[in-house]
Design a protein around this ligand. Structure first.
Ligand code: TXA
Ligand code: MG
Length: 339
């Protein structure tokens, strides 16, 4: 790990230009970057992560103008309004792709997801590399996304030449992925830009049904990422919804009968409801933003501690809470129990 400084960013940019991989911070999660226009370099991302080849990568730019050569046709009016409102920031828009985008990036689709991140280090790295950077989250496939440079090192040590350390990510869940090719913008993956924020600018928004449930048999996902279980803890994770005291009573009962190592994922301020049982806090304050920022670190702890049974509180799927419940729900294979 190398602290992000002008010198280390220049060094990282040289690696990208030479076709290598760099772990770097963004405001959402850490990315594993390569020159998006170099198919050979992009293929090494899939190898380092162990990622299925049919899951496309997001392309990151440092300025809005840089997207023009990457997309086919003009920027749709709807996309322009969202870009004006929420770029730079945690939002990825799907565009028809130009021939400059290698198939390795788009995984054979005729579209490409593009994002202009707000993190200064990410933007400086892209600008100095003089190319767009394709970057998935810098975890090994099947692990929670990394929100610190240490998480990247834990997953990628020995697999990549450099990790830029820019401190913990402020948003903590991956960007909102929005399909803007239809009449109404459609959220394919919830994130820091919430449905309400999209509706504020566009007047309407749709959230894809597969955001809060598993895909149905034979259902074709609108985003390939929906097909994959993503992170699932080694232990058995169940989420309980309802009023705090009832949820706590039910969780305590399950915990006491678990007969193996168990942990409780609980909101800050709720520890007292669980006595001396093993509680991992979801965030530092009882706000959806704080829960989002701490979520993946909490999930990584479960595996570090070899927990067998995990009982989790839920948060309201409102605002960035929708992104939290999407990630937590998927980690639990949507095993969500109302009490
Ligand atoms: O916040 C983020 O978006 C982070 C940071 C590094 O920028 N990146 C990230 O990338 O989360 P990744 O590869 O872990 O997730 C990309 C998601 C996948 O679910 C993928 O299926 C979807 O975006 N995606 C990418 N291109 C797409 C496209 N053309 N159409 C539909 N979905 C797409
Ligand atoms: Mg990912």
């Amino acid at each position: 790990m190398t602290a992000a400084t002008p010198e280390s960013i220049a060094q990282a940019a040289a690696i990208i230009r030479a076709g290598g991989l760099v772990g770097f911070p963004t405001e959402t999660v850490y990315g594993l970057g390569a020159n998006a226009l170099n198919a050979e370099a992009v293929r090494t991302i899939f190898a380092a992560k162990g990622r299925p080849g049919d899951n496309p990568l997001i392309v990151h730019v440092s300025r809005v103008e840089e997207i023009l050569p990457l997309i086919r046709g003009d920027i749709p009016a709807a996309a322009r309004r969202l870009m004006d409102a929420y770029w730079p920031g945690p939002m990825t828009l799907i565009f028809p792709k130009s021939d400059l985008i290698p198939d390795a990036v788009s995984a054979g689709l005729d579209t490409v997801g593009i994002r202009l991140p707000s993190h200064e280090t990410a933007r400086a790295l892209i600008a100095e590399s003089h190319c767009p950077i394709a970057a998935p989250s810098a975890n090994r496939s099947g692990r929670p996304s990394p929100t610190t440079a240490q998480h990247v090192l834990d997953d990628m040590d020995g697999r990549i030449p450099m990790i830029l350390d820019g401190g913990p990510c402020s948003v903590g869940v991956e960007s909102t992925v929005i399909d803007v090719t239809g009449d109404v913008p459609r959220v394919l993956r919830p994130g820091g830009v919430t449905p309400q924020m999209i509706a504020d600018v566009m007047g309407a928004v749709e959230v894809d049904g597969a955001v809060m449930r598993p895909l149905k048999e034979g259902e074709k996902p609108r985003s390939p990422g929906m097909k994959y279980r993503h992170y699932a803890p080694e232990g058995d994770l169940v989420i309980f919804t309802g009023d705090a005291q009832t949820v706590a009573d039910v969780i305590c009962d399950h915990y006491d009968h678990a007969g193996g190592s168990a942990a409780i994922l609980a909101l800050p301020g709720h520890e007292a409801l669980y006595g001396d049982r093993h509680v991992i806090e979801l965030g530092r304050t009882d706000s959806p933003e704080s829960v989002a920022a701490g979520l993946f670190a909490a999930l990584r702890r479960l595996d570090d501690e070899n927990v067998k049974y995990i009982f989790s509180e839920a948060i309201d799927a409102e605002g960035v809470g929708l992104a939290v419940m999407n990630r937590l729900g998927r980690a639990a294979a949507f095993h969500i129990v109302p009490v």
